[in-house]
Each structure stands twice: as C-alpha cells, then as structure tokens.
Design a protein around this ligand. Structure first.
Ligand code: ZN
Ligand code: ZN
Length: 218
C-alpha cells in the first residue's frame, strides 16, 4: 500500500496491532505522520501554547462573547507539513485524505461526551468542493453528528430586504431542538471568531455547555 500523502510504498509487515485489529490500517507513512506537530497544551479555551488563558481569549472574555466557549482543543500546529496537507485536502477534493486524521479527531470528540456539531462551510466554497470536509472526517471516524447551524448567506436569497437587515451575524439556527452539551467541530482555529459566533448563538438559544475540537491551530 502507498502513502496517501507522499505516495511512497509503506512497509507491509503487519504489526501485532494489525493482527488484533486494534487499529485501522495506516493511511500515511511514518515519515509523513511524524512531520505533523501536535499542538502543545496551553490556553484552556483555544489551546494556544503558553499561558493558561492566552491574550486573545482573555480579550474575548471581556466582550459579549465571554464564556460562550467553555473549552477547546486543537490537535495540530499549522506547520509546513500541515499546510501542505491542508492545501491538498481543501482544494484537491481528495476525499481519501479525510481518513488521515479521522480517527484522532473522533477520539477527541468522543472524550467530550457531547453532541458533535460541524461548523458549516462557506457556501461559495461548497460549489468548488465536492464534499463538506468536516462532515467527511466525522463519517470516517464513526462520529454521529448533528447539523444545527446554517450560514446566513444561504438563506439570504429567500428573504425580503427588511428581513435581511434583521439577520445579524454569520449563522442562523436550523430549528432542530438543541442538545445541552455541544462540541463544535471545525478544521481550523484561526481567530476564534467563527466558533464564538456559533457558540454564542447556541448558548443564547439554550445550550448549556459548548466546547470545540479543531484539527489545526493556525
Ligand atoms: Zn508519506
Ligand atoms: Zn486562548
């Protein structure tokens, strides 16, 4: 079998783990796997390395977005190997790449014992891609998920100008009853704005605890 990322042939000796069916077969080679860098532990909300509460999150906590995110975890740093992976994954529409991190993402999500809610992808991008990448990773990882959010731009078209003016923010709820504990799932944490907009909407509507898991901390 060949590595999904570099294409090199992988050692085919079955390990004892394979024999006991403990793991699914590896999709990428050891070299590629080792080129990714786990995000260090740090900020209790966004996982940035260093302080227990980072500067950015401290600032968020002084705004109307205070306490909308209870905690979060980013799995990997955005190092050159991850940039390359992400580029391929996002733009080459290679669904098979979804498998590479699916299991790890699934483990972190299951630990939260909350209902997984993907952050919807940009509608414009959806036209270019053939699948919603976060959904796809969750499916590969065997995680049940629930769509609760819709991007406002998707519903703008159906609204009158007046209704449109009243629609503030990036997301709207789709009307599905809300679970009490939610884990938002996104591919990348950059400024945290998207996740906080989603979390605030859900908390204002009655969700009690909101955490998140993101694949990458940019
Ligand atoms: Zn490789
Ligand atoms: Zn932080």
């Amino acid at each position: 079998m060949n590595c999904y990322l570099c294409g090199n042939k992988m050692a085919s000796d079955p390990s004892w783990r394979d024999l006991f069916f403990l793991d699914k077969p590896e999709t990428i080679c050891r070299l590629c796997r080792d080129s990714f860098e786990q995000a260090p532990a740090g900020c209790r909300i966004c996982g940035a390395s260093g302080l227990e509460l980072c500067g950015e999150c401290s600032h968020w906590e002084t705004t109307e977005f205070a306490a909308v995110l209870d905690s979060g975890k980013c799995l990997y740093s955005y190092n050159p190997a991850m940039k390359e992976f992400f580029h391929q994954y996002k733009f080459l529409q290679d669904a098979v790449l979804a498998e590479v991190f699916a299991e790890e993402l699934a483990k972190s999500i299951k630990k939260t014992r909350a209902v997984a809610v993907p952050i919807p992808m940009n509608h414009l991008k959806l036209k270019r891609r053939t699948f919603a990448q976060v959904d796809r990773m969750l499916e590969f990882g065997g995680v049940d998920y629930l769509h609760l959010l819709i991007k406002n731009e998707e519903i703008q078209g159906e609204k009158t100008r007046e209704e449109r003016r009243e629609t503030r923010g990036l997301f709207a709820l789709n009307g599905h009853p809300l679970p009490k504990k939610i884990v938002l799932v996104d591919d990348m944490y950059t400024t945290g704005t998207t996740l906080r907009l989603a979390a605030k909407l859900l908390k204002d509507a009655g969700a009690e605890e909101i955490t998140f898991v993101a694949l990458i901390r940019a």
